[in-house]
Design a protein around this ligand. Sequence first.
Ligand SMILES: Nc1ncnc2c1ncn2[C@@H]1O[C@H](COP(=O)(O)OP(=O)(O)OP(=O)(O)O)[C@@H](O)[C@H]1O
Length: 269
Amino acid sequence: MALDDSIFSIASLEVALPDMAAKPVFGRAPLISILKGINLEITRGTVLGIVGGSGSGKSTLGRALLRLIEPTNGTIRFDGRDITHLGEDELRPIRRQMQMIFQDPMSSLNPRRRVGAIIADPLALHGFDGIDGRIDDALDHVGLPRSFKSRYPHELSGGQRQRVGIARAIALKPEFILADEIVSGLDVSSQAQVLNVLGSLVKELGLTLAFISHDLSVIRRLCDRVMVLNRGEIAEFANTDELFASPKSDYTRELMDAIPLPDPDQANW
Ligand SMILES: Nc1ncnc2c1ncn2[C@@H]1O[C@H](COP(=O)(O)OP(=O)(O)OP(=O)(O)O)[C@@H](O)[C@H]1O
């Protein structure tokens, strides 16, 4: 793969964090290793699924990609630039290019701001002009009526709130979006809506997405490639079709066995 096809290039990534359970009376908590030897390329315009059980290191990997935490070892290249150890001042101009959509929109959307303002705030912060038009565009892209601009988050359903989170992220025209367990709190039909919206956006806008989920059935619907994480290490990394056709690791097979049988009402998912 040519290097310029990659939005992210990760080599030998390791993350160790202070062990909060250790609670030392004096000095610092000892470090525990969370991620080990992660190598990864994320190709422009593709969706990478990151899957694994609870505590496997999915969110930590996402946070390291966005440089919300600093790795202990290894390199993170974003758009060809080594960002592994950049300070906050140097990261600031890059931050707009990397957006995140969160698991719980009730806590990530300010309950006292209307939807229009929620989408407008980061646009204003980053100095965009024509903000009203950009808000309308973003709402159109996620399939929400423009009249929702005057609503508050509590006046929306869970799926609609999650689409506001997506609208806020795409309005900034980022190069990359990280979505961390964004459908796990939703009922099956809202999950389907949100996944459909994301799938269309990837095609329409050429988005590059990393999609974290513990649920392989969700990953299968959206992702081109899948990284399976187990205890902070890569158990398997393959194209989605290959992974489902012939899983190579026992751990992947365990995750597959945990997929619930499809609901016949959702057969056209
Ligand atoms: N700030 C931290 N300090 C110490 N340990 C941490 C910290 N954050 C996460 N961990 C530990 O790192 C491991 C990986 O956590 P992480 O949240 O990345 O996993 P995950 O795969 O996203 O799990 P889940 O699906 O449950 O959210 C866990 O054992 C967790 O307890």
